[in-house]
Design a protein around this ligand. Structure first.
Ligand code: GLU
Length: 387
């Protein structure tokens, strides 16, 4: 079979592949401890499930508008105004099949051959592949431990060419867990405005912040930054709703209309009753978010204490999301080989940094219980000693 050049240049998602493998091993009865996929281990909070169940009972089981349930679009716009200082109405919002799908729709609507998209590395595994699928060229800008794996305004300036269309900005970051300070966001926004490029702010981890870290939305920096910003986010990480597949894209009406057209010919509406769960997530109490955040904060400390005690590991303290991203360069082993052997010999799953454009690092997701973290870290320590 001759497959398209489009798909042949794309690599499969390593985060999903490792998660699938770890889950299959578990089903076979193997005691796998997984730090692989970024998926909270909590059940979706009861009030969100109840809202979706009620919607099912009320017959919200039919096709809906491709753009999303009108009430959910409104609720998302209100949230963006209230929490992020972004002046959006329902027309500025498209409900998508998860955060990933919102980015995919965006790339299809905005990027075409000849366009360059600036992506700081380490990056989330799917950004460059989505750009390629849209026919664009990912321009990877490597960042270092010294700058906290954050792109500097100078690096952004230098990467911009007349072909630059979009800058992908993710804070808190997957995979590093780093959070850009408000001043850092403002400095990057100045470059975006001055050079007149688009930016997509992937804010899916915005509520998962530690040690007093603050999240500033790129579009809230100034009216000029707002005019050039597109927001991508979703419910999966904040409300433990990974399997529900509800996310959103927000931005200028013209862009949202184009993305709705794409969605209208691809997936149509997001699962109707799932959207009612999402409405409850934003409209009702946020106590569940605080409870999950407190659990993540405890786990973060436990995993960091272990990782910092492993010789050859350099592990910056993340201020957001639920990932740690230690550097293992001193061990002289590639991230892929490290993770393969770790899974094979210790039944511990983690994602090699190469998936994120950083072959010296390993990503551990600590969205799992403390007991599993302790057991997994004991195995990891033993593994590193054996190298
Ligand atoms: N975003 C999560 C992760 O990085 C889920 C898997 C994926 O979609 O890549 O692990």
């Amino acid at each position: 079979m001759k497959l398209t050049a489009r798909v042949q240049q794309v690599t499969p998602s390593m985060t999903l592949a490792i998660d699938t493998k770890a889950k299959a091993m578990k089903r076979e009865g193997i005691d796998v401890i997984s730090f692989s996929v970024g998926e909270p281990d909590f059940d979706t909070p009861p009030h969100i499930r109840a809202a979706a169940e009620a919607a099912l009972e009320q017959g919200k089981t039919r096709y809906g508008a491709a753009a999303g349930e009108p009430r959910l679009r409104e609720v998302i716009a209100q949230k963006l105004q209230r929490d992020n200082g972004l002046c959006y109405g329902a027309d500025n919002v498209l409900v998508t099949n998860g955060g990933k799908h919102s980015l995919f729709n965006l790339m299809l609507a905005l990027i075409e051959p000849g366009d360059e998209v600036i992506i700081p590395a380490p990056y989330w595994v799917s950004y460059p592949e989505m750009v390629k699928l849209a026919g664009g060229t990912p321009v990877i800008v490597s960042t270092t431990l010294e700058t906290g794996y954050k792109i500097t305004p100078e690096q952004l300036q230098q990467a911009i060419t007349p072909n630059t269309k979009l800058f992908v900005f993710n804070s808190p970051s997957n995979p590093t867990g780093m959070v850009y300070t408000p001043d850092e966001v403002k400095a990057l926004a100045s470059v975006i405005v001055e050079r007149d490029i688009w930016v997509v702010a992937d804010e899916i981890y915005e509520k998962l912040l530690y040690d007093g870290a603050q999240h500033l939305s790129m579009g809230a920096v100034s009216p000029e930054a707002y005019d050039r910003t597109i927001v991508s986010s979703g419910f999966a990480k904040t409300y433990a709703m990974t399997g529900w597949r509800v996310g959103f894209l927000a931005g200028p009406v013209d862009l949202i209309k184009a993305a709705i057209t794409i969605q209208g010919h691809s997936t149509s509406n997001v699962c109707t009753f799932a959207q009612y769960g999402a409405i409850a997530a934003y409209e009702q109490s946020q106590d569940c978010v605080q409870q999950m955040l407190a659990a993540f904060a405890e786990r973060r400390q436990v995993i960091l204490d272990y990782l910092n005690a492993i010789p050859g590991f350099t592990c910056p303290k993340p201020e957001g999301a639920f990932y740690v991203f230690p550097n293992i360069a001193q061990l002289g082993i590639s991230s892929l080989e490290f993770c393969d052997k770790l899974l094979e010999t210790q039944q511990v799953a983690a994602v090699p940094g190469i998936a994120f454009g950083a072959n010296d690092c390993i990503r551990f997701s600590y969205a799992t219980d403390v007991d599993s973290i302790r057991r997994g870290m004991d195995r990891l320590t033993q593994f590193v000693r054996s190298l």
